[in-house]
Ligand binder design. Structure first.
Ligand code: CMP
Length: 173
């Protein structure tokens, strides 16, 4: 969006420099730095009835949920989602686990969302995760580690489109 400079007008109404400053400051703070990440509450999270507890931690950490659903991946869709790990020795185990029951993918919005979310969930291996993180609190192993978080803004966008259509993504005002 084009932000008018001080002294310009918007639809014929003059804009004071103070208004223009406050408006651009608001946009800089609340819109330009906003980032999205994709998370999945994995089948172990659903089975342990921890959906509410984990979402509570996510929301308390300042993330806004802009898309959410509960689905069950097939071995084919789980295999596609984790295709980047196809050559890893744990790929078969990962696909079997991710298709073993329902999961809850969500798109989350926050300043610095990708990095802040990975800090919130902790290391892949719960034994290595920092105290207070989601995986330290709730996960059993590297394979069954409760939650996924995108590793970059670019992958967050690809992963978000894997689960959600444009109509299913609704920003919070
Ligand atoms: P996630 O963040 O969803 O991305 C890839 C997943 O592979 C990871 O979480 C783990 O659940 C899983 N994973 C990574 N390393 C191993 C491993 N050594 N054994 C089993 N699963 C693993």
């Amino acid at each position: 969006m084009q932000i008018p400079e001080g002294g310009q007008s918007l639809k014929g109404f003059p804009l004071s420099p103070a208004f223009v400053y406050l408006r651009s400051d608001f946009i800089n703070k609340h819109m330009l730095t906003m980032e999205r990440t994709l998370t999945i509450l994995k089948p172990d999270c659903v089975r342990k009835q921890l959906i509410g507890a984990v979402i509570d931690k996510i929301e308390r950490a300042g993330f806004r949920i802009v898309a959410m659903k509960k689905i069950r991946l097939t071995t084919q869709t789980a295999g596609e989602f984790y295709a980047v790990h196809r050559e890893r020795p744990f790929y078969g185990e990962l696909v079997a686990f991710m298709s073993s029951g329902p999961c809850v993918p969500m798109i989350l919005e926050k300043d610095n969302a990708v990095s802040d979310f990975r800090t919130l969930i902790g290391a892949t291996d719960p034994a290595q995760a920092a105290d207070g993180t989601v995986r330290k609190l709730y996960a059993d192993s590297k394979g069954e580690n409760i939650i996924h978080g995108s590793d970059s803004a670019e992958n967050a966008s690809i992963e978000g489109a894997f689960f959600f259509s444009a109509e299913e993504v609704v920003s919070v005002d």
